[in-house]
Design a protein around this ligand. Structure first.
Ligand code: SF4
Length: 512
């Protein structure tokens, strides 16, 4: 794939590089695809736009078809850009992702001011399509039915200096009746282990200390090249990579979750004690209707085995409430499995019809108020369990990977934030006189307080605060220096304001 020359991307009037912005809807797959879109556009000579300067010269929508109102959201956004596009004819708008793959030329019919529509299988073509649209003064629509280049071989602009996503497979061979992914992303395609490990090594060489292996169904990895234990072997191979401190993966499928994966998790020190395992429903009847080929007993059995081998594992899940035909007893079964599973947290969804999925035309669609009421009961139960499970962390020592995103609350409380080894969100303060960590550094301290969705650590003494400077922190320093920021080397917490980071000291970027 040839990438347009940088000079062609200059705005002819201002001779300034054109700016871009990527607006992402949807799942982690889309977030990672957006990193690739950014990488491709930067390779083509564009620079990321500053939101304060208004809408960028090139706006890319990376869409999601999973949510019921995804199309309304997209067309609403496109409608808002239409007058701007009339004022700035050189501006370009591109639409990619699952909704583009599904709706194709409908997008150009409904929003003829869009310049490029591209699918999930040809992200790499975006720069060429943008150039072609500009040169021919004509909208470009290109959707491929299957993957030609594995997306991970495309340039990527990563959001974080310390953590990276690594795709191991795309597509899915399952046929869950609520899910649009198989028809939009196609059959599972597995990346070769050597390519995956080479990408991880390159990330680690760049300063990354944490990677998350990504796939619709990670533990069926290997199905394409006939190795049923390929995923556990991959985890063990990650354990051999020097400098890689944390390995995570998302998401496994309970039906394909085998003991060799549990063994690899337990026996590979850098694989974190954390598991995200989608339950979806606790009712065996609903699981059958969802075409999820495990039953609640098997699901609970896997959790038992994981906890036997990794006693401190934090387990999270996804649950759909109000699937067509769900009775009060089916819902009660879900509550029972949730109670027994002791998830540390759960992503809970109200079922809504996704056009194009088998479940959308099933009988027994439930009224919104029934779904809402069950949803509230489920979240109340899970919030109680999350709070109880987090409470058990109080007094324990945790190692926190400091992140860049502190959140508004942490900003108000002058705490920094990070993730524990089991992926819990921790807000922590820096004791007076102690060195302030950079994003990517590791802090070890003791949890002093817990809430349902986060933990708090306010170390009372310097002894209870150990900072370990990492290569990821160094990489963050370098990135700051490159963008004229002030590196934080050697800074300490402000005198007279215990636990607070004061003016004059570097602060971590906070996204609102
Ligand atoms: S396993 Fe089911 S829910 Fe997950 S991507 Fe495949 S079809 Fe969709």
């Amino acid at each position: 794939m040839s990438v347009p020359d940088v000079t062609e991307t200059l705005d002819t009037e201002q001779q300034q590089p054109r700016t871009y912005e990527v607006r992402t809807f949807g799942c982690q797959m889309n977030v990672h695809d957006s990193e690739r879109v950014s990488g491709l556009l930067e390779d083509a000579g564009l620079t990321v736009g500053d939101p304060e300067d208004g809408v960028a010269d090139v706006v890319v929508f990376n869409t999601c078809a999973v949510r019921e109102n995804a199309d309304n959201k997209l067309y609403g956004n496109l409608g808002m850009l239409a007058p701007l596009k009339r004022e700035r004819p050189n501006m370009q708008i591109a639409v990619g992702g699952c909704l583009a793959q599904k709706d194709r030329d409908t997008i150009l019919k409904k929003a003829p001011w869009v310049d490029v529509v591209f699918g999930t299988h040809n992200i790499g073509a975006l720069p060429v399509l943008l150039e072609r649209a500009r040169h021919n003064n004509e909208a470009q629509l290109e959707i491929l039915e299957s993957l030609e280049v594995f997306p991970s071989t495309l340039p990527t602009k990563r959001d974080s200096a310390h953590s990276g996503w690594v795709s191991i497979s795309v597509g899915c061979n399952n046929t869950c009746t609520f899910c649009i992914v198989p028809s939009l992303r196609g059959k599972e395609r597995d990346r070769r282990p050597g390519d995956i490990l080479a990408e991880i090594q390159a990330l680690v060489d760049d300063g990354v200390v944490e990677i998350t292996l990504l796939g619709q169904n990670v533990n069926s990895y290997g199905v394409e090249f006939g190795d049923r234990q390929a995923f556990s072997k991959l985890l063990r191979a990650c354990g051999e990579i020097e400098g890689l401190e944390r390995v995570r993966f998302t998401s496994p499928h309970p039906a394909a979750f085998t003991d060799d994966v549990i063994d690899a998790m337990a026996e590979t020190p850098n694989v974190m004690p954390q598991l995200h395992m989608p339950l979806q429903s606790g009712s065996d009847k609903i699981l059958k209707d969802m075409r999820r080929s495990y039953r609640s007993k098997k699901f609970l059995g896997i959790l038992d085995k994981v906890r036997e081998r990794i006693p401190h594992a934090a387990i999270t899940t996804d649950i759909i409430v109000g699937f067509p035909g769900e009775t009060e007893q089916d819902f009660q079964d879900t509550l029972d499995v949730v109670e027994a599973s002791r998830f540390s947290s759960a992503f809970t969804f109200q079922y809504s019809k996704r056009p194009g999925t088998p479940a959308a035309t099933m009988e027994g669609q439930l009224p919104k108020e029934v779904v809402q009421e069950r949803y509230e009961r489920l979240t109340a139960l899970q919030d109680r369990i999350s709070a109880e499970e987090n409470q058990r962390q109080v007094g324990t020592q945790v190692e926190i990977l400091v992140t860049e995103n502190n959140g508004r609350k942490a900003e108000q409380t002058h705490r920094l934030s990070g993730r524990s080894r089991d992926q819990r969100l921790v807000h922590f303060s820096v004791p007076e006189g102690a060195e302030v960590p950079r994003p990517g550094d590791m802090v070890t301290t003791t949890i002093t307080r817990a809430a349902a969705f986060h933990l708090v650590a306010d170390p009372a003494t310097l002894e209870d605060y150990q900072l370990r400077r990492t290569r990821a922190g160094d990489a963050w320093d370098r990135a700051q220096a490159d963008s004229c920021g002030v590196p934080s080397s050697g800074s300490t917490a402000s005198a007279g304001a215990p636990g607070k980071v004061s003016l004059g000291l570097p602060t971590l970027p906070i996204r609102k």
